[in-house]
Design a protein around this ligand. Structure first.
Ligand code: CND
Ligand code: ZN
Ligand code: ZN
Length: 375
């Protein structure tokens, strides 16, 4: 029996209160409106940004269904949708690409003005919601809310991918892999023979290392306070790994000494004030570039002596690895299918969607890299 045009009742992970476990609830998912697409989820990864919603580091109206790294199959489409059809394999895009705004028309930028990350309204682009639970509206996360068996997304926030792609793997292209890899190859534009330092060796940080290696970096220094992350970092291309707790000196001074005055490229992939500062200061004062990837609390500020930049450092950052999402995601999947990279080292756990709280516990205790939940 077709579900097209009807409300679908299904299971979703709803966050009702901060710092509480998700409740798996029955929710109603409205049909897609014009220029919207309803997607049946197949696989979803757990990214630290989802945990930022649980802790309130990212402030959203509650209740909300988080999740932003996923792959699924189109169930139905609204009026006027032309780029996907029912049955297509797709990846929802937490940064949309409307193709019309100033940013979409800019040759380099990717933070489309239709995004919800800046405003955090917790709605679809038209300002309304498609989920209800126990008679109450439930908010969306970054316009895609993928911790649900079915979700509705705007057409500019979903990309059609290769019909042969394994969804339980390529879901990582929805965030972690693309964010990390693109931060190295697209935002920093890491050069052949260069030196790099990567702070934070989780799913995103390890993907930065994969990007640095692919770009031909000669030296890649991994930095983490959890030594259990070092083996994988080395497997993926780190030439050495250091734990700031093993050093008396500030870690940026240690790296400055190790790397002839500082690395060419540094990446902050944690989301803390201290590591943002260390990453900035560990790149060379005259020719270094430091990239902000980690998401810090919105209320945090950094105070920087202007000389730190006056000497010639570049300080930058980016969402989703700087990729224009709708154009780039199918290409990143094609590269995966052509075996340009593998996600086997990044996916540490696979479990059924219902075990979502167990997956978050593994992330918080530093025991997982990426947990993929399957529906
Ligand atoms: P995950 O939790 O897997 O990794 C974080 C790593 O940082 C862990 O290995 C920690 O041990 C390590 N760490 C914690 N504190 C320190 C410290 N003081 N010094 C060094 N290392 C430390 O997280 P993830 O890889 O999923 O995400 C990392 C960050 O990237 C996080 O802030 C997330 O919100 C952000 C992000 C950004 C974007 C984007 O588009 N820019 C997209 N997704 C996630
Ligand atoms: Zn746009
Ligand atoms: Zn993410």
């Amino acid at each position: 029996m077709s579900t097209e045009g009807k409300v679908i009742k299904c299971k979703a992970a709803v966050l009702w209160e901060l710092n509480k476990p998700f409740s798996i609830e029955e929710v109603e998912v409205a049909p897609p409106k014009a220029h919207e697409v309803r997607v049946k989820m197949v696989a979803v990864g757990i990214c630290h940004t989802d945990n930022h919603v649980v802790t309130g580091t990212i402030v959203l109206p509650l209740p909300v269904i988080p999740g932003h790294e996923s792959a699924g199959i189109v169930e139905s489409i609204g009026e006027g949708v032309t780029t996907v059809k029912p049955g297509d394999k797709v990846i929802p895009l937490f940064t949309p690409q409307c193709g019309k705004c100033r940013i979409c028309k800019h040759p380099e930028s990717n933070f489309c003005l239709k995004n919800d990350l800046g405003k955090l309204r917790g709605t679809m682009q038209d300002g309304t919601t498609r989920f209800t639970c126990k008679g109450k509206p439930v908010h969306h996360f970054l316009g895609i809310s993928t911790f649900s068996q079915y979700t509705v997304v705007d057409e500019n926030a979903v990309a059609k991918i290769d019909a042969a792609a394994p969804l339980e793997k390529v879901c990582l292209i929805g965030c972690g892999f693309s964010t990390g890899y693109g931060s190295a190859v697209k935002i920093a534009k890491v050069t052949q023979g260069s030196s790099c330092a990567v702070f934070g060796l989780g799913g995103v940080g390890l993907s930065v290392i994969m990007g640095c290696k692919a770009a031909g970096a000669a030296r890649i220094i991994g930095v983490d306070i959890n030594k259990n992350k070092f083996a994988k970092a080395k497997e993926l291309g780190a030439t050495e790994c250091i734990d700031p707790q093993d050093h008396k000196k500030p870690i940026h001074e240690v790296i400055n000494e190790m790397a002839d005055g500082g690395v060419d490229f540094s990446f902050e992939v944690v989301g803390l004030r201290d590591t943002l500062m260390s990453a900035l200061l560990c790149c060379h004062e005259a020719c270094g570039t430091s990239v902000v990837v980690g998401v810090a609390p919105g209320s945090d500020t950094l105070s920087v002596n202007p000389l730190v930049l006056l000497t010639g450092r570049t300080w930058t950052g980016g969402i989703f690895g700087g990729y224009k999402s709708k154009d780039s995601v199918p290409k990143l999947v094609a590269d995966f299918m052509a075996k340009k990279y593998s996600f086997d080292a990044l996916i540490s756990h696979v479990m059924p969607f219902e075990k979502i709280n167990e997956g978050f516990d593994l992330l918080r205790s530093g025991k997982s890299i990426r947990t993929v939940l399957t529906f």
